[in-house]
Design a protein around this ligand. Structure first.
Ligand code: IPE
Ligand code: IPE
Ligand code: MG
Length: 247
């Protein structure tokens, strides 16, 4: 079955977010070290980015490194940071060719200098691209993001720039790192885990969640199409009744 042709292009999610999980278990299954799994995860990133852009998805957010991931063995953390630099350098041309803009969310100031520089270079050289925005969540955690937003608003109140009773959702959203990006309609997590692991907690309030047992390095275009088709068969009620939506 051709999955892609069954997708309703008029009902595409504008934003898809993915928790890329299972690299370590994929490597173990192949009798190889965990880092081998991360390296093979890059193919999945490339395929998914391409597939999303081809369909006309406007935002694709990939959870690449969580704040909690610093707790992994130093060897693995270093390998992931090096892979980030290498991948961005290698992919800049392809991103430009495909008119894809690179963006990042998270506490980027804590990234190793080399990773930070490569990332900034990637962001800068793709800044005028318009087809799709690829958002990398790096040293990201939703609780960090929310705490940061709270501090920002509290400071604005102290500075008399806003009145606490008048703070609304959009004031809050304006100080999140996802400012200007629509909430994801679809969130995919690979590897069979069914948790959010501190990813986009505010933004997923009404997101459709899709869990697949596929390990991230095995994720291909077809898997993305499958997830989108599943999404398109769901009824998003936003608190209303089914009848209200059809009349
Ligand atoms: C996801 O794969 C990649 C990152 C979190 C950076 P994992 O490394 O978490 O793989 P598993 O979950 O141990 O299999
Ligand atoms: C979530 O995966 C973070 C990323 C995919 C970057 P983890 O593998 O770190 O999550 P937990 O620890 O299993 O919840
Ligand atoms: Mg994992």
């Amino acid at each position: 079955m051709d999955l892609k042709s069954n997708i309703d292009l008029k009902k595409l999610p504008a934003h898809i977010a993915i928790i890329m999980d299972g690299n370590g278990r994929w490597a173990k299954k192949h009798g190889r070290p965990r880092v081998f799994g991360h390296k093979n995860g890059v193919t999945a990133v490339r395929e998914t980015t391409e597939a999303a852009a081809e369909l006309g998805i406007k935002y694709l957010t990939l959870y690449a490194f969580s704040t909690e991931n610093w707790n992994r063995p130093a060897f693995e953390v270093n390998a992931l940071m090096a892979l980030l630099v290498e991948t961005i350098r290698k992919e800049i041309n392809t991103l430009n060719k495909n008119n894809i803009k690179l963006h990042a969310i998270g506490d980027l100031s804590r990234l190793p200098k080399r990773s930070y520089k490569a990332l900034m270079k990637g962001i800068e050289s793709t800044q005028h691209n318009t087809r799709m925005t690829l958002v990398l969540a790096l040293n990201y955690s939703a609780k960090w993001e929310i705490m940061n937003a709270v501090k920002n608003l509290a400071q604005q109140a102290v500075d008399k720039k806003l009145v606490p009773e008048e703070i609304n959702e959009s004031d809050f959203e304006n100080v999140l790192s996802t400012q200007g990006i629509p909430d994801p309609e679809l969130l995919i997590r690979t590897s069979g885990e069914t948790r959010l692991s501190n990813f986009l907690l505010w933004q997923v309030a009404y997101t459709e969640l899709y869990f697949t047992p596929t390990f991230w390095p095995d994720f291909r275009k077809e898997h993305l199409f499958e997830a989108i088709l599943d999404f398109q068969n769901r009824e998003r009620r936003f608190g209303m009744t089914s009848d209200q939506l059809t009349t």
